[in-house]
Design a binder for this molecule. Structure first.
Ligand SMILES: [Zn+2]
Length: 423
């Protein structure tokens, strides 16, 4: 809505159009419409800063692994629900015939070997892929790209944060593909081969074979070392299509596949996203006036800019208050501690995907809060959020299970050894 009252955004302090902000990120399972901050967060903070931050967090952070294995749906509900995905630099599965080959990991952590040509030695071309993928469709795609009038190879360039694309045009000289021309473009062409690098291992040799594969999202990618003869490889692929088509391949499923993932992480994202959940929860539970207090200025700045984010402290102890909450729920708790001169420390304890509980400081000179605790329990499977306003309510709903050592001790005390009976 248009900000007619001239109230500023609680994060950036600017008067701008507001947009709804999820108290708990929708992509992490918090898409519960009862938990929205309305008319508090501006559309600029929301879409330009928070959305890309949360997207990176949910697809390439330690939480991304929890998400891909445990969370069945992303944002949205029913048929519109998205399926969680993960952004990796490389995902491979080990095969008997070709060694490591291109794969993707999808919801519930299931690996799928992508349809691909594997370049073996100087001449050979092998083919592999998941049994569920349509081979004919893959071959038709390669053919349409490589037999085009001017087949295109595209390489992503990033200069000063701006994305550009180096597009090389090829042509068929009757025997093989040869280079025709090259230009830098602002937008990539639709039908092309994406060129990506196959990194070298510690001994300087690539640790697997080059491949031409198709991502589930549809892109055709050639992954080969930087000095590889790309034109020769694509020529081999073009010639291999009719041969493979005439000789159907049966894919044997791999039992207990070995999957390797490599990911680029942005270390600050983790603290920023957790801190934002904390500040949102403060706004939701203690009100607009409370969250606007200048004690929260530093943490908001850190969330917006990534500069000096709050330090994360591992708070998993045998007496972790979240022990009683099952692993299929996230838990977040804002709590207060009396500091000096009547001021309060405000901290967030949070546990995602049943992992370890993390603690971080949101503010240390806050004014007296209207209540001492606020707790959210997020069922990330159903996107249902429960709210508790004090720990008594919370502990009644999720009684902590005592740690094993404690149980042993109590049991031993309760059944003391009988003195030896003399006969
Ligand atoms: Zn803002």
């Amino acid at each position: 809505m248009l900000n007619e009252e001239r109230r500023p955004c609680i994060y950036c302090g600017k008067v701008r159009t507001f947009s709804n902000e999820h108290v708990f990120p929708a992509g992490l399972g918090g898409d519960d419409h009862r938990f929205l901050l309305r008319d508090l967060v501006c559309a600029v903070c929301n879409t330009e800063t928070f959305s890309p931050l949360e997207l990176r967090f949910s697809r390439s952070s330690p939480a991304a692994l929890g998400r891909i294995f445990l969370q069945p749906t992303g944002r949205g509900r029913g048929k519109k629900a998205s399926i969680p995905t993960i952004d990796t630099r490389e995902t491979t599965v080990l095969t008997e015939n070709f060694g490591a080959v291109e794969a993707e990991v999808t919801a519930t952590g299931t690996p799928t070997i992508l349809m691909q040509f594997v370049f073996d030695g100087a001449e050979g071309v092998g083919v592999t892929g998941d049994a569920s993928i349509d081979t004919a469709d893959f071959l038709a795609h390669i053919e349409s790209v490589l037999t085009a009038d001017r087949p295109l190879i595209v390489q992503k360039l990033t200069s000063e944060g701006r994305k550009q694309y180096l597009v090389s045009e090829l042509r068929w000289n009757g025997e093989r593909l040869v280079h025709a021309s090259q230009e830098v473009m602002e937008k990539p062409p639709k039908l092309c081969v994406w060129r990506e690098l196959l990194e070298r291992g510690p001994n300087g040799e690539p640790n697997r074979r080059p491949t031409l594969f198709r991502r589930r999202a549809g892109q055709l990618v050639l992954r080969a070392p930087a000095d590889a003869d790309v034109l020769a490889m694509l020529t081999r692929a073009r010639k291999a299509v009719p041969i493979v088509r005439g000789r159907p391949v049966t894919m044997t499923p791999i039992e207990n596949p070995v999957v390797a993932l490599s990911m680029s992480l942005h270390p600050n994202d983790y603290a920023r996203v957790l801190a934002k959940i904390g500040v949102n929860l403060v706004a939701h539970s203690f009100g607009e006036d409370y969250v606007r207090h200048h004690a929260f200025k530093a943490v908001k700045r850190a969330i917006l800019t990534g500069d000096r984010p709050p330090q994360l402290i591992d708070n998993s102890t045998p007496t972790d208050p979240f022990h009683g909450v099952p692993a299929d729920r996230h838990v977040a708790m804002v709590h207060f501690q009396k500091g000096r001169a009547g001021r309060f420390h405000v901290a967030l304890s949070i546990r995602l995907y049943g992992g370890r509980t993390t603690w971080l400081l949101l503010a240390d000179r806050a004014i007296r809060p209207p209540a001492l605790e606020a707790i959210l329990v997020v069922d990330y499977t159903t996107h249902h959020i429960e709210e508790f306003n004090n720990t008594t309510q919370f502990v009644m709903a999720y009684p902590p299970s005592p740690p094993i050592e404690y149980t042993r001790q109590v049991t031993a005390d309760r059944y003391p050894r009988l003195p030896p009976v003399s006969g």
